[in-house]
Design a protein around this ligand. Structure first.
Ligand code: SF4
Ligand code: SF4
Length: 312
Protein backbone atom coordinates (compact mmCIF):
# COMPACT_ATOMS: atom_id res chain seq x y z
CA UNK A 1 0.00 0.00 0.00
CA UNK A 2 1.40 3.37 -0.92
CA UNK A 3 2.28 5.85 1.79
CA UNK A 4 0.66 9.30 1.77
CA UNK A 5 3.07 12.12 2.61
CA UNK A 6 2.32 15.79 3.20
CA UNK A 7 5.25 18.25 3.40
CA UNK A 8 4.40 21.50 5.15
CA UNK A 9 6.71 24.50 5.03
CA UNK A 10 6.45 26.83 8.02
CA UNK A 11 8.90 29.43 9.32
CA UNK A 12 12.14 28.54 7.58
CA UNK A 13 14.24 29.22 4.54
CA UNK A 14 13.36 26.13 2.49
CA UNK A 15 16.94 24.86 2.80
CA UNK A 16 15.88 21.39 3.87
CA UNK A 17 13.85 20.99 0.69
CA UNK A 18 16.88 21.94 -1.37
CA UNK A 19 19.02 19.58 0.62
CA UNK A 20 16.51 16.81 -0.13
CA UNK A 21 16.62 17.65 -3.83
CA UNK A 22 20.40 17.36 -3.68
CA UNK A 23 20.15 13.63 -2.92
CA UNK A 24 21.68 11.58 -5.70
CA UNK A 25 21.69 7.95 -4.66
CA UNK A 26 18.80 7.69 -4.97
CA UNK A 27 17.46 11.00 -6.19
CA UNK A 28 14.17 12.14 -4.72
CA UNK A 29 12.00 11.07 -7.68
CA UNK A 30 13.48 7.55 -7.83
CA UNK A 31 13.22 7.30 -4.05
CA UNK A 32 9.54 8.24 -3.96
CA UNK A 33 8.76 5.79 -6.75
CA UNK A 34 10.80 2.96 -5.23
CA UNK A 35 9.15 3.34 -1.81
CA UNK A 36 5.70 3.89 -3.32
CA UNK A 37 5.32 7.23 -1.53
CA UNK A 38 2.43 9.32 -2.76
CA UNK A 39 3.10 13.03 -2.21
CA UNK A 40 -0.19 14.66 -1.29
CA UNK A 41 1.60 17.99 -1.21
CA UNK A 42 5.08 19.39 -1.39
CA UNK A 43 5.44 23.09 -2.23
CA UNK A 44 8.25 22.49 -4.71
CA UNK A 45 7.01 19.20 -6.21
CA UNK A 46 3.24 19.56 -6.43
CA UNK A 47 1.38 21.09 -9.34
CA UNK A 48 -2.05 21.43 -7.73
CA UNK A 49 -3.94 24.68 -8.06
CA UNK A 50 -4.58 26.61 -4.87
CA UNK A 51 -8.17 25.29 -4.73
CA UNK A 52 -7.00 21.71 -5.24
CA UNK A 53 -4.44 22.25 -2.50
CA UNK A 54 -7.14 23.54 -0.16
CA UNK A 55 -9.30 20.51 -0.98
CA UNK A 56 -6.38 18.15 -0.19
CA UNK A 57 -6.01 19.85 3.18
CA UNK A 58 -9.75 19.54 3.84
CA UNK A 59 -9.72 15.82 2.94
CA UNK A 60 -6.81 15.18 5.29
CA UNK A 61 -7.92 17.30 8.22
CA UNK A 62 -11.47 15.93 8.04
CA UNK A 63 -10.12 12.36 8.02
CA UNK A 64 -11.30 11.55 4.48
CA UNK A 65 -7.72 11.02 3.25
CA UNK A 66 -5.12 8.94 5.12
CA UNK A 67 -2.01 10.83 6.27
CA UNK A 68 0.88 8.44 6.86
CA UNK A 69 3.71 10.92 7.14
CA UNK A 70 3.66 14.63 7.92
CA UNK A 71 6.99 16.34 7.30
CA UNK A 72 7.32 19.82 8.73
CA UNK A 73 10.12 22.09 7.56
CA UNK A 74 10.71 25.37 9.41
CA UNK A 75 9.59 26.40 12.86
CA UNK A 76 6.06 26.93 14.11
CA UNK A 77 5.53 30.69 14.27
CA UNK A 78 3.43 31.84 17.23
CA UNK A 79 3.96 35.60 17.03
CA UNK A 80 2.93 38.30 17.29
CA UNK A 81 1.59 37.93 20.77
CA UNK A 82 0.67 34.26 20.38
CA UNK A 83 -1.60 34.87 17.36
CA UNK A 84 0.59 33.09 14.81
CA UNK A 85 -0.33 35.67 12.20
CA UNK A 86 3.26 36.35 11.21
CA UNK A 87 2.86 33.12 9.18
CA UNK A 88 -0.62 32.55 7.80
CA UNK A 89 -2.32 30.25 5.32
CA UNK A 90 -5.44 31.63 3.67
CA UNK A 91 -5.82 34.25 6.38
CA UNK A 92 -5.52 31.84 9.30
CA UNK A 93 -2.41 31.17 11.36
CA UNK A 94 -0.41 28.32 9.88
CA UNK A 95 0.17 27.01 13.36
CA UNK A 96 -3.51 25.92 13.36
CA UNK A 97 -2.86 23.97 10.18
CA UNK A 98 0.17 22.32 11.79
CA UNK A 99 -2.04 21.24 14.66
CA UNK A 100 -4.85 19.96 12.42
CA UNK A 101 -2.49 17.94 10.24
CA UNK A 102 -0.50 16.61 13.20
CA UNK A 103 -3.76 15.34 14.72
CA UNK A 104 -4.29 13.11 11.66
CA UNK A 105 -0.71 11.95 10.98
CA UNK A 106 0.55 8.46 11.72
CA UNK A 107 4.18 9.64 11.75
CA UNK A 108 5.56 13.17 12.06
CA UNK A 109 9.05 14.20 11.03
CA UNK A 110 10.54 17.57 12.00
CA UNK A 111 12.96 18.23 9.16
CA UNK A 112 15.79 20.60 10.08
CA UNK A 113 16.76 22.46 13.25
CA UNK A 114 13.96 25.05 12.99
CA UNK A 115 11.20 22.41 12.98
CA UNK A 116 12.98 20.33 15.62
CA UNK A 117 13.97 23.02 18.12
CA UNK A 118 12.82 26.44 16.92
CA UNK A 119 16.08 27.41 15.20
CA UNK A 120 16.86 30.92 14.12
CA UNK A 121 13.64 32.55 15.39
CA UNK A 122 13.44 30.76 18.75
CA UNK A 123 14.59 33.79 20.73
CA UNK A 124 12.88 36.47 18.70
CA UNK A 125 9.68 38.39 18.26
CA UNK A 126 8.26 35.83 15.84
CA UNK A 127 8.00 33.40 18.79
CA UNK A 128 9.26 30.46 16.76
CA UNK A 129 9.34 27.03 18.32
CA UNK A 130 9.97 23.43 17.36
CA UNK A 131 7.24 20.83 17.05
CA UNK A 132 8.02 19.07 20.31
CA UNK A 133 11.04 20.90 21.73
CA UNK A 134 11.84 24.53 22.34
CA UNK A 135 15.62 24.49 22.13
CA UNK A 136 16.66 22.07 24.91
CA UNK A 137 13.26 22.08 26.63
CA UNK A 138 10.69 19.36 25.83
CA UNK A 139 7.29 20.74 24.91
CA UNK A 140 7.51 22.97 21.87
CA UNK A 141 4.30 23.51 19.92
CA UNK A 142 2.63 20.11 20.30
CA UNK A 143 3.60 19.49 23.90
CA UNK A 144 5.86 17.00 25.64
CA UNK A 145 3.25 14.22 25.82
CA UNK A 146 2.08 14.41 22.22
CA UNK A 147 2.16 11.18 20.24
CA UNK A 148 1.20 10.77 16.61
CA UNK A 149 -1.43 8.33 15.34
CA UNK A 150 1.30 5.67 15.20
CA UNK A 151 1.90 6.13 18.94
CA UNK A 152 5.27 7.85 18.55
CA UNK A 153 6.71 11.28 19.34
CA UNK A 154 7.84 13.62 16.60
CA UNK A 155 11.00 12.32 14.95
CA UNK A 156 13.55 15.15 15.00
CA UNK A 157 16.14 15.24 12.23
CA UNK A 158 17.97 18.52 12.86
CA UNK A 159 20.63 20.20 10.76
CA UNK A 160 20.69 23.54 9.05
CA UNK A 161 19.90 22.09 6.63
CA UNK A 162 19.31 18.44 7.47
CA UNK A 163 21.50 16.10 5.41
CA UNK A 164 19.56 14.72 2.44
CA UNK A 165 20.48 11.10 3.20
CA UNK A 166 19.08 11.49 6.72
CA UNK A 167 15.76 12.73 5.32
CA UNK A 168 15.64 9.90 2.78
CA UNK A 169 16.82 7.33 5.33
CA UNK A 170 14.17 8.37 7.85
CA UNK A 171 11.34 8.28 5.30
CA UNK A 172 12.64 4.98 4.00
CA UNK A 173 12.62 3.43 7.47
CA UNK A 174 9.04 4.60 8.00
CA UNK A 175 8.00 3.28 4.58
CA UNK A 176 9.49 -0.12 5.43
CA UNK A 177 7.46 -0.24 8.64
CA UNK A 178 10.54 0.12 10.87
CA UNK A 179 10.59 3.72 12.12
CA UNK A 180 14.02 4.69 13.43
CA UNK A 181 15.03 4.11 17.03
CA UNK A 182 15.26 7.47 18.78
CA UNK A 183 17.85 8.77 21.25
CA UNK A 184 18.30 12.14 22.98
CA UNK A 185 15.91 14.85 21.78
CA UNK A 186 14.02 12.20 19.80
CA UNK A 187 16.73 12.11 17.15
CA UNK A 188 17.31 8.81 15.28
CA UNK A 189 20.31 7.00 16.74
CA UNK A 190 21.36 5.80 13.31
CA UNK A 191 22.45 9.30 12.34
CA UNK A 192 22.65 11.20 15.62
CA UNK A 193 24.29 8.52 17.74
CA UNK A 194 27.67 9.76 16.46
CA UNK A 195 29.51 13.01 16.99
CA UNK A 196 30.66 15.19 14.08
CA UNK A 197 34.16 14.62 15.48
CA UNK A 198 33.93 10.90 14.62
CA UNK A 199 35.29 10.46 11.13
CA UNK A 200 36.98 13.87 11.00
CA UNK A 201 40.25 13.58 9.11
CA UNK A 202 41.86 15.89 11.70
CA UNK A 203 41.42 13.47 14.59
CA UNK A 204 45.12 12.65 14.86
CA UNK A 205 45.86 16.34 15.21
CA UNK A 206 43.18 16.63 17.87
CA UNK A 207 44.64 13.67 19.75
CA UNK A 208 48.03 15.42 20.04
CA UNK A 209 46.61 18.88 20.46
CA UNK A 210 48.14 20.25 17.32
CA UNK A 211 45.84 23.22 16.88
CA UNK A 212 45.31 25.87 14.21
CA UNK A 213 44.63 29.54 14.73
CA UNK A 214 43.70 30.17 11.09
CA UNK A 215 41.09 28.51 8.91
CA UNK A 216 42.11 26.26 6.05
CA UNK A 217 45.21 24.81 7.72
CA UNK A 218 45.62 21.10 8.42
CA UNK A 219 45.50 20.82 12.21
CA UNK A 220 42.61 20.63 14.64
CA UNK A 221 40.18 23.56 14.93
CA UNK A 222 38.96 22.92 18.47
CA UNK A 223 41.00 25.04 20.88
CA UNK A 224 41.01 28.35 19.04
CA UNK A 225 38.51 28.28 16.18
CA UNK A 226 35.36 27.10 17.92
CA UNK A 227 34.98 23.67 16.29
CA UNK A 228 31.92 21.92 17.78
CA UNK A 229 32.80 18.52 16.31
CA UNK A 230 33.33 16.78 19.68
CA UNK A 231 30.32 18.55 21.21
CA UNK A 232 27.48 17.82 18.79
CA UNK A 233 25.73 14.81 17.36
CA UNK A 234 25.58 14.65 13.57
CA UNK A 235 26.62 12.80 10.45
CA UNK A 236 28.73 15.41 8.65
CA UNK A 237 31.89 13.29 8.73
CA UNK A 238 30.03 10.01 8.35
CA UNK A 239 27.84 10.61 5.31
CA UNK A 240 29.70 13.65 3.93
CA UNK A 241 28.08 16.34 1.79
CA UNK A 242 27.76 15.77 -1.94
CA UNK A 243 29.17 12.38 -1.02
CA UNK A 244 32.67 13.80 -0.63
CA UNK A 245 33.27 16.55 1.90
CA UNK A 246 32.40 18.33 5.13
CA UNK A 247 33.21 21.62 6.82
CA UNK A 248 36.09 20.22 8.84
CA UNK A 249 37.52 18.46 5.78
CA UNK A 250 37.95 21.81 4.06
CA UNK A 251 39.28 23.61 7.13
CA UNK A 252 36.09 25.21 8.42
CA UNK A 253 35.11 24.52 12.04
CA UNK A 254 31.82 22.74 12.70
CA UNK A 255 29.50 25.33 14.24
CA UNK A 256 27.01 22.86 15.62
CA UNK A 257 23.93 23.31 13.41
CA UNK A 258 22.24 20.16 14.80
CA UNK A 259 22.31 21.45 18.37
CA UNK A 260 19.00 22.33 20.07
CA UNK A 261 20.30 25.84 20.84
CA UNK A 262 21.56 26.56 17.31
CA UNK A 263 22.27 29.30 16.34
CA UNK A 264 24.14 29.99 19.57
CA UNK A 265 24.31 33.52 20.90
CA UNK A 266 28.10 33.71 20.71
CA UNK A 267 30.55 33.88 17.81
CA UNK A 268 30.71 30.73 15.66
CA UNK A 269 34.43 30.67 15.08
CA UNK A 270 35.90 31.38 18.51
CA UNK A 271 36.40 28.90 21.33
CA UNK A 272 34.92 30.34 24.48
CA UNK A 273 37.46 29.89 27.22
CA UNK A 274 38.62 30.92 30.65
CA UNK A 275 42.37 31.51 30.84
CA UNK A 276 42.83 29.51 27.66
CA UNK A 277 40.79 26.52 28.82
CA UNK A 278 37.70 25.86 26.68
CA UNK A 279 34.37 26.21 28.49
CA UNK A 280 32.92 23.23 26.64
CA UNK A 281 34.97 20.05 26.42
CA UNK A 282 34.28 16.95 24.31
CA UNK A 283 31.05 15.31 25.43
CA UNK A 284 31.48 13.20 28.55
CA UNK A 285 35.04 14.42 29.31
CA UNK A 286 36.17 15.34 32.80
CA UNK A 287 37.95 18.72 32.82
CA UNK A 288 40.93 17.87 35.02
CA UNK A 289 41.76 14.64 33.19
CA UNK A 290 41.21 16.19 29.79
CA UNK A 291 43.62 19.05 30.46
CA UNK A 292 46.28 16.75 31.93
CA UNK A 293 45.98 14.36 29.00
CA UNK A 294 46.09 17.17 26.45
CA UNK A 295 49.19 18.66 28.04
CA UNK A 296 51.02 15.35 27.79
CA UNK A 297 49.69 14.64 24.31
CA UNK A 298 50.88 18.02 23.02
CA UNK A 299 54.36 17.34 24.42
CA UNK A 300 54.39 13.94 22.72
CA UNK A 301 53.10 15.15 19.34
CA UNK A 302 55.02 13.56 16.45
CA UNK A 303 57.16 15.94 14.39
CA UNK A 304 55.26 15.00 11.22
CA UNK A 305 52.09 16.42 12.77
CA UNK A 306 53.77 19.53 14.12
CA UNK A 307 55.15 20.09 10.61
CA UNK A 308 51.73 19.30 9.09
CA UNK A 309 53.21 16.51 7.00
CA UNK A 310 49.95 14.81 6.16
CA UNK A 311 48.36 14.90 2.71
CA UNK A 312 44.94 15.99 3.96
S1 SF4 B 1 16.84 24.50 9.77
FE1 SF4 B 1 18.16 25.84 8.56
S2 SF4 B 1 17.85 25.07 6.47
FE2 SF4 B 1 16.12 24.31 7.69
S3 SF4 B 1 14.50 25.85 7.46
FE3 SF4 B 1 15.64 26.39 9.31
S4 SF4 B 1 17.17 27.89 8.58
FE4 SF4 B 1 16.42 26.79 6.78
S1 SF4 C 1 38.61 19.84 13.59
FE1 SF4 C 1 36.81 19.62 14.97
S2 SF4 C 1 35.88 17.66 14.38
FE2 SF4 C 1 37.94 17.70 13.51
S3 SF4 C 1 39.27 16.70 15.00
FE3 SF4 C 1 39.33 18.88 15.48
S4 SF4 C 1 37.67 19.18 16.98
FE4 SF4 C 1 37.31 17.20 16.02
Amino acid sequence: MSLNLFWLQCGGCGGDTWSLFNASSPNVVDFLEAQDINVLWHPSLSVQSHEEHRETIRRVTEGRERLDVLCVEGSVIRGPGGTGMYDDFDGSPKKDLVYALAAQAKHIVAVGTCASFGGIGADGEIEATGLQFHKHEPGGFLGEDFVSGGGRPVINIPGCPCHCDVIIGTLSAIAQGTPPELGDYNMPLEWFGVMVHQGCTRNEYHEYRVEEKRMGEKGCLFFYLGCHGPLVHGVCNKLLWNGRSSKTRVGVPCFGCTRPDFPQLYPFFETRNIEGIPLELPEGMDRAHYMAYKGMAAAAAPARLKKRKTRI
